[in-house]
Ligand binder design. Structure first.
Ligand code: VGL
Ligand code: ZN
Length: 208
């Protein structure tokens, strides 16, 4: 595959809490790291996202009496899954995996940093309205194809890919550079959504 200077690699949430031993470990999460590092060498534009919550965040089950992780609640912006406490601002769990090659990234987008709202997508928070600023960055820099990799395929990768596609970008998910959580068929649902929206799904091998 030929990478152009209008292409950007968007690396979603490759943080300790989503890797083995972390608070919200995605099975084999850390296995995406070598492949992402390798692909990233080929891109002139690399953007990272970092899930970055205050300790009293609304998405944490521990902040809702009687609730357990993976139950849901209704908020004014819709249904919210309650998660184990994860990626708390300034903690080791919120740091990027130590082997992730971060030096080439031109931008780190932090998301989910307001107490009252979660943000799966790198572009819009979970109310589907509040921008993170990434859309403006991509547009101003005249980037037009967004390659997405990272964690978790069925949450932050999925919503980021969808929002980028809906905003008019070509979007390519690098499937084996992602891993999923898979709550109640959410990986299959992500794949259906990618097909419906015209989001391409490719393998890491396309870059070798
Ligand atoms: C994520 C759940 C909660 C993700 C972040 O990165 O996919 N999932 N916060
Ligand atoms: Zn989170």
């Amino acid at each position: 595959m030929k990478i152009s200077d209008r292409d950007v690699l968007l690396v979603i949430d490759v943080q300790n809490d989503f890797c083995t031993g972390g608070a919200l470990a995605v099975p084999d999460g850390e296995k995406v790291v070598p492949g992402i590092n390798r692909i990233a060498q080929k891109f002139g534009n690399v953007v990272l996202t970092q899930d970055w919550h205050p300790g009293d965040h609304v998405s944490f089950a521990a902040n809702h009496a009687g609730k357990q992780p993976f139950q849901t609640i209704e908020l004014d912006y819709g249904t919210q899954v309650l998660w184990p406490t994860h990626c708390v601002q300034g903690t080791v769990g919120a740091e990027f995996h130590r082997d992730l090659e971060v030096t080439r990234a031109s931008l780190v987008v932090r998301k989910g940093f307001r107490r009252g709202i979660d943000s799966y997508s790198a572009l819009f928070e979970n109310d589907k309205k509040t921008p993170t600023g990434l859309l403006g960055y991509l547009r101003e820099r005249e980037l037009n194809t967004v390659f997405v990799a990272g964690l978790a395929l069925d949450f932050c990768v999925r919503f980021s890919a969808e929002d980028a596609r809906k905003a008019g970008f070509e979007v390519v998910v690098i499937e084996d550079a992602c891993r999923g959580i898979d709550l109640e068929g959410s990986v299959a649902a992500a794949h259906r959504s990618f097909a419906e929206l015209g989001i391409s799904v490719i393998s890491f091998e396309a870059f070798l």
